[in-house]
Structures are given as C-alpha cells and as structure tokens.
Write a protein that binds this ligand. Structure first.
Ligand SMILES: Cc1cc2nc3c(=O)[nH]c(=O)nc-3n(C[C@H](O)[C@H](O)[C@H](O)COP(=O)(O)OP(=O)(O)OC[C@H]3O[C@@H](n4cnc5c(N)ncnc54)[C@H](O)[C@@H]3O)c2cc1C
Length: 441
C-alpha cells in the first residue's frame, strides 16, 4: 500500500508538494486553516503579487504547470529606480536582455497549484481545518474545525504551514535539542496601490520592478495583469519618522509628498490604503532539524522563512519540493533517509539565502541610487559577457540559475576578491613599475 502523507497548509508550497506527492501515487490529505481561495478567501495582509524566477519555474515545469502559470505573468527585465526628483534610471537584471523575473498574482498561483494537486484522485484537500498540535511519534495531526476537533492519521506529517508553523511548534515542544531562532527586522511593510490608467493601461513602465530607494527605507512596485501596480512600503516601525509617528492623513500625505513625489499623483487611494491595510512584519526563521524520524518533516517558510528582498522565499520553497520529491524517489523504502538527505541538502542553502536576502535589502534601499552601484552592475555585466559561464554576478546566480544558494554566495565572494582586488593591485603594480623605471634612470 502506498504511504499516506498528511500535509498541513495549502499555501504556495503546500499545493505544489501535494501535486508532486500525488503524482508519485502517495495517498495525500492536505489540511488548510483558511477557506477555499477559489471562494474569495485570498491570503490577507501578504504580498498580492510575487516574483517567480528560474528555480520556481523549474519546479513548476517538472510537474507541467509552468506554461499555465507564466501565461498570466508580467516579465520584469530590470530595476527602474525613481530618485526624489522623479528622474528614472533603468538597470537591467542581466547582460542578456531576455532574462527577466516574472510578476504573478499570489491568489491565482495558489489556486492553480491546489487545482493541479486535486487532479490526482489520491489527493484530498480539506479547507477550514486548523492544525493545533502534532503527535510526532504516531504522525497524527490534531485539527480544529467549526464542528469541533478532528484527528488526521498518516505515515508522515509534512508541515507546509508557513513562517508561524504549528507543526514546527510541536517539534520545538517535543524534540530535545531542537534548534530555533527567529529574528525580526526593525522594518515593517504596507501594501498600497497604483490603479490602472483610464484606458486600463499601466501608468509606469510595465516590464520593470520599480524601486524608490531612500537609504534607510524604500518603496517598490510590481505590475499586475489588470494594469495596476502593487506598491510595498518597507519602513521602520519606530523612530522619529516611522509607521509609529505617521498617524494622521496629513502625516501620510506629507511623508509621501516629500519622499515619493512622482508616485503620489498615481495613488488616488493612498490615504485609504494606508489607513486600512495592515502593517506586516518581516521575520527570518532558522531551525534544525527539519524532520523527526520518518514521521514529520518541514518544508518552505515553515522550515526557513526569509525576508522578501531577493524575491526568493517562494522560489526556495518550490525548490524544496523538487529536492524532497527526488529524495523520496531515491529512498522509496527508507523515508527517514529521504527526509535526512533533503534536510542536509537544503539547510546550508536556506541559511545562505537568509543572509543574502538581508544583504539585498541594504542594496535595494540604499546602494541602488549610487553611481558606484550602477558602475559595478555595468562592470559585472561586461565581465559576464567577456567571460561567459566563468564570471556570473551574484544576482544572476541566485535568480537565473539553480546553482545552490550557498555555492552562489561563496562563488560571488571569490569573484569579488579577484576582480575588485585586481582593481586595486593592477594600478598599484603599474605605479610600482613606473617608480622602479624612474629610480633606475
Ligand atoms: C511582502 C512579501 C513579499 C514577498 N515576495 C516574494 C517574491 O517576490 N518572490 C518569492 O519567491 N517569495 C516572496 N515572498 C515569500 C513568499 O511569500 C513565501 O516564501 C511563500 O509564501 C512560502 O510558501 P509556503 O507555502 O511555505 O508558506 P505560505 O505561503 O505562508 O503558506 C502557508 C499556508 O499554511 C496555512 N496554515 C498556517 N498555519 C496553519 C495551521 N495551523 N493549520 C493549517 N494551515 C495552516 C496558511 O493559511 C497558508 O495557506 C514574499 C513574502 C512577503 C511577506
């Protein structure tokens, strides 16, 4: 008899993992605390759209879903930087102009992955079931429903229930020595909207990710298929100018007029959006191990939530699905080994991504305005064109390849040492050579 998996959480990774496991012929019960997203229960307070790139697309391709999902995506070929005077600077993501990241709607993607899973008759999805505890040794999940508590029994429980995972909490409570670390940024985020123009078209460049970098904070905007943009303001929670001190409509208007003057005329609902939309927090979660015997496993944000500045959280969660699926195939008769190998392959990379994501926040909000940053991007692209396959900028490796995140980070550090070390050494050597010649005369 095929093994039975209980999956907790039908977010982005939960739906995709259910499809992967369903394809392998496993019996799958997927439990989600919210209602069916097809009935309008859209994930509240979280990003309305996200950027999917090579790793995520690869995972979707493996299950034949990439085309369907990319049909509705909007490609973003680079960063459009808005300075305070309203001047625009476009910086392509890669030397190859066809390389782009893709803006997709979270709700549509979530629905598509759930529907893909439901095509397998051995996958069942149960909405409005909130997991409250997991009995690790027996792989039993306890769930709350409107009609009272129910239990779900399987051969293994997989926690795909996001950054505040209940499955992980059960592991924390019951596994001796379980490592757990959470760290919050001092910044929160708020989503705002630029609606479509009167003719339904985009009011700014459509094929770009827009950034208003303002040193300690920033706003970004991603295009949506209906002609609108979803803007996200990343700003300090506390401080003299922060979410905490910006209380009245006048405060909001003054702040936006000062910082984002070119965006304000495009945001007729700014004050309502600012008042009504929640302020989200940004957390990095690291934990270990991600599994307990052959009974419980964690995947996606439940195992490794990262801040969103590299646009990789979902991409990494999708990559987890590919790796776990491969390991389950390789060790069909030893699920514990499959879980253990999945964990050892992914952990170092998830940790590397967490660091990269925080580093990219500083780059996006502060460095993108500087001439040095733009010059470095140009040098990066020139070297990439000159040394194809040998020199790969970090952003390219993370976004447009499937080189493991930790290896990409190591390779980028080495490249930087060689190239930028060279910039210092070559002139120094030339000066030394000139001095020797001068002294010899
Ligand atoms: C502002 C922002 C922007 C982002 N932008 C990007 C981007 O551009 N690109 C990118 O790759 N990533 C991005 N991310 C990250 C991405 O959203 C996450 O990495 C991704 O959603 C993780 O998928 P998941 O399935 O692991 O978790 P989630 O998508 O959070 O899904 C978890 C699911 O579990 C359910 N659940 C939770 N608790 C329980 C319970 N007790 N019982 C039952 N069900 C439960 C939830 O309702 C939810 O449906 C962004 C994140 C944020 C906050």
């Amino acid at each position: 008899m095929p093994a039975k998996f209980i999956l907790i959480g039908s977010g982005l990774a939960g739906g995709l993992l259910a499809a992967y496991l369903g394809r392998r012929g496993y019996d799958v019960d997927l439990y989600e605390r919210r209602g069916d997203p097809r009935e309008g229960n859209i994930v509240g307070g979280r990003s309305i759209n996200l950027a999917v790139s090579t790793r995520g697309i690869h995972a979707l391709e493996q299950i034949g879903m990439a085309e369907e999902i990319l049909r509705h995506a909007i490609s973003m070929r680079g960063r459009m930087i808005h300075d305070k005077s309203g001047q625009l600077h476009f910086s392509p993501y890669d030397v190859d102009p066809t390389k782009s990241i893709n803006s997709i709607g979270r709700a549509a993607l979530n629905t598509t992955v759930i529907e893909a899973a439901q095509r397998y008759p051995n996958v069942r999805v149960h909405f409005n079931h909130k997991c409250i505890d997991v009995d690790l040794d027996s792989a039993v999940a306890h769930l709350e429903t409107v009609n009272g508590q129910v239990t779900a029994r399987g051969d293994a429980v997989i926690g795909v229930d996001g950054a505040f995972s209940s499955v992980r909490q059960s592991m924390q409570l019951h596994i001796d020595g379980f490592e757990y670390d959470e760290s919050y940024l001092a910044h929160g985020y708020k989503e705002l909207t630029i609606p479509p123009g009167p003719d339904g078209s985009w009011q700014m460049e459509k094929n770009a990710l827009h950034i208003w970098p303002r040193k300690s904070f920033m706003m970004i905007a991603l295009p949506n298929p209906d002609g609108s943009f979803t803007c996200t303001l990343f700003w300090e929670f506390e401080g003299p100018r922060s979410f905490a001190t910006t209380k009245t409509d006048d405060d909001v208007r003054r702040f936006f007029d000062e910082e984002f003057p070119d965006a304000v005329p495009l945001m007729p609902r700014l004050l309502e959006d600012f008042r009504q939309n929640p302020t989200g927090s940004l957390v990095t979660i690291r934990c270990a191990p991600w599994y307990y015997r052959d009974k419980v496993c964690l995947l996606g944000d439940a195992a490794h939530a990262v801040v969103p500045f590299y646009g990789q959280g979902m991409n990494a969660a999708f990559e987890d699905c590919v790796v776990l699926d491969e390991r389950l195939e390789k060790f069909q008769n030893n699920r514990e080994r499959a879980f253990a190998e999945y964990f050892s392959r992914r952990k170092e990379n998830a940790d590397a991504l967490a660091d990269l994501a925080i580093g990219n926040f500083i780059e996006m909000r502060d460095k993108t305005t500087s001439r040095t940053f733009r010059a470095k991007k140009k040098i990066d692209h020139a070297l990439e064109a000159l040394l194809p396959g040998i020199y790969l900028p970090l952003y390219t490796m993370v976004t447009f390849t499937r080189i493991p995140y930790a290896e990409a980070a190591r390779r980028a550090r080495l490249q930087d040492r060689i190239v930028y070390g060279g910039f210092i050494c070559v002139p120094a050597l030339l000066i030394a050579a000139l001095l020797f010649r001068w002294m010899a005369h």
